[in-house]
Write a protein that binds this ligand. Structure first.
Ligand code: NOJ
Length: 571
């Protein structure tokens, strides 16, 4: 497949939809979503017009981190179904003209994966070196407090090292102790992973979303990190974020897995990636990955204190996006997202989930989707689903929320209320409440007891109501997807940020040949006029899309309004 913009870059005009199977649809009534549930709702996805489905992990797993702890890479967890059901889903997805990509979690395995079971069996195990085993710190007793090989803190609270009594050594786990890190320095590890990836591609899947893939190369010296005052552990990121051999490993993976195969998609999740690094990762000539997930735009409400929510400054958000759009304008490609299973709901975070929920959800969608890059929609985002009303820590299920709460409250003496208010605003369970299909009990997600409580607002916010209402967030998202499919300026146009210092309006243009689009979103409940240089010309241009019933008056935007104009330029 070659188009005018290069071979196999089909994903530039595609929209990806992320399914978190555990919370999507439960067909067998056990309270947890499953593959049969996904098959039952493919109409919803086809109706939206999306091109690719990304399935969060469905492999056998002890579910310590909801499937991001895999104990067998080449099977399906019985809670989700089996390989036959998977094949059926894949065929049904393809029959509807959509592709399907898998989650690839190879920075770590589960501690119940046979590779790790073998590795921990003793220092002479042939797989000992497949993971990061280290003795205690020099001169310290094995297992004593502070004897961990480095001072790093895990993402989920506590040390990154677990002590193994049987051998007197520690193993590294950047996430939970049930997620030991694989040692990518060992070529056998890499070959085993590539073989597994080929096996899935041979089965017919269309690519991978690669979990924390910029963490796989570690500085083998594993140096201590700097320990900030008042914290129990250091951030060891300097030793494993975009580590010394990362480009070599990703290029090797490309050669071993992707080369010679057609029409695939690879997207690397990369916390801590910079624009300059992303340019290297996504430069097609370097053959590493097609695009990356960066985190800058979902970090603007974080400050130096992890237990404080910083209110959004729109100028900062625009500076971040502007930097990424400019940085990858000529080489590389952006992915665009507000939501995923790790982020709170965008309409609650950057919009207004009360009075202006519908308007602000649409505005956020339009502002994001019309940037240059491939947009990702997370289940429920197309309904304008909101954060959940968590009362206390007992309402949370996420290992990250529970682990961080324990560390902050018990080890660092933080006030439980401060910690809770941040978890309510930012906790990952906000994204994981079950998909709201209808207004019946448990939102039509399950006939059993859901593993995480359904948001009570499903009475009003649900797919059945949204599909039936032509003015819903769902139909607005459908039009956004359609616009990407039909207007080449959305896909290929140059990006120019306007009004970078404005605190309420997010405005930019996209230009391709003689077509120019103007997008303006109002991030406030006030009526705001956009003062643009060529306002008169734009005011009379075609209005392609807006989210409120009355069209704008000369670029004056109502509360949370978005407008998209198109004009033809004479050359
Ligand atoms: C990133 C995933 O998105 C997240 O859900 C998971 O907890 C960590 N990686 C560890 O796999």
């Amino acid at each position: 497949m070659t188009d005018a913009w290069g071979p196999n870059r089909w994903w530039k005009s595609a929209v990806v939809y992320q399914i978190y199977p555990r919370s999507f649809a439960d067909a067998d009534g056990d309270g947890m979503g499953d593959l049969r549930g996904v098959i039952g709702h493919l109409d919803h996805l086809q109706g939206l017009g999306v091109d690719v489905l990304w399935l969060s992990p469905v492999y056998p797993s002890p579910q310590d981190d909801n499937g991001y702890d895999i104990s067998d890479y080449q099977d399906i967890d019985p809670a989700f179904g089996d390989l036959d059901t998977f094949d059926e889903l894949l065929a049904a997805t393809h029959a509807r003209g959509m592709k399907l990509i898998m989650d690839l979690v190879v920075n770590h395995t589960s501690d119940e994966h046979p590779w790790f079971v073998e590795s921990r069996s003793g220092p002479d195990s042939p797989k000992r070196d497949w993971y990061w085993w280290r003795p205690p710190r020099d001169g310290m007793a094995p297992g004593a407090p502070g004897a961990e090989p480095t001072n790093w803190g895990s993402y989920f609270g506590g040390s990154t090292w677990a002590f193994d009594d049987a051998t007197g050594e520690y193993y590294l786990h950047l996430f939970s102790r049930k997620q030991p890190d694989l040692n990518w320095e060992n070529p056998e590890v890499r070959q085993a992973v590539y073989a597994m990836m080929r096996w899935w591609l041979d089965r017919g899947v269309d690519g991978f979303r690669m979990d924390v893939i910029n963490h796989i190369s570690k500085d083998p010296a594993l140096p201590d990190g700097e320990l900030p005052m008042g914290t129990a552990y250091a951030n060891g990121g300097a030793a494993f974020l975009n580590g010394p051999r990362i480009h070599e490993f990703l290029h090797e993976m490309h050669q071993e897995v992707f080369a010679g195969r057609d029409a695939l998609l690879s997207v690397g999740e990369m916390p801590g990636v910079t624009v300059e690094q992303a340019k290297l990762y996504t430069d097609p000539d370097r053959q590493e990955v097609d695009m990356v997930f960066q985190f800058d735009h979902v970090s603007v409400d974080r400050g130096p204190d992890p237990w404080a929510v910083v209110p959004l400054r729109l100028t900062l958000l625009k500076a971040v996006f502007g930097r990424w759009q400019a940085g990858l304008a000529d080489v590389g490609w952006n992915s665009l997202y507000w939501n995923n299973h790790d982020q709170p709901r965008a309409v609650s975070r950057y919009g207004d989930d009360g009075r202006y929920r519908v308007a602000s959800a649409k505005m956020l969608g339009a502002v994001l989707h019309l940037h240059r890059g491939t947009p990702y929609v997370y289940q429920g985002e197309e309904l304008g689903m909101t954060n959940a009303p968590f009362r206390d820590i007992g309402d949370f299920r996420d290992i990250e929320a529970l682990g961080q709460y324990a560390q902050a409250v018990e080890k660092e003496g933080r006030s439980p209320e401060d910690v809770l208010s941040v978890l309510r605003a930012r906790g990952r369970d906000n994204a994981r409440t079950p998909m709201q299909w209808d207004d019946s009990a448990h939102a039509g997600f399950t006939t059993g007891t859901p593993w995480l409580a359904v948001n009570p607002n499903h009475k009003e916010i649900n797919a059945a109501a949204a599909v039936a209402d032509p003015d819903s967030v769902y139909h607005f998202y459908r039009r956004l997807v359609e616009l990407r499919h039909t207007e080449p300026a959305v896909v290929h146009g140059d990006f120019r940020m306007l009004l970078p210092h404005h605190e309420q309006l997010y405005a930019y243009t996209r230009r391709l040949d003689d077509t120019e689009l103007l997008v303006i979103g109002n991030f406030s409940a006030e009526v705001v006029r956009a003062e643009l240089e060529d306002a008169a010309a734009w005011a009379s241009a075609e209005l392609v899309l807006t989210n409120v019933a009355t069209p704008p008056e000369s670029l004056t935007l109502g509360p949370w309004q978005v407008i998209v104009h198109r004009r033809r330029l004479s050359r």
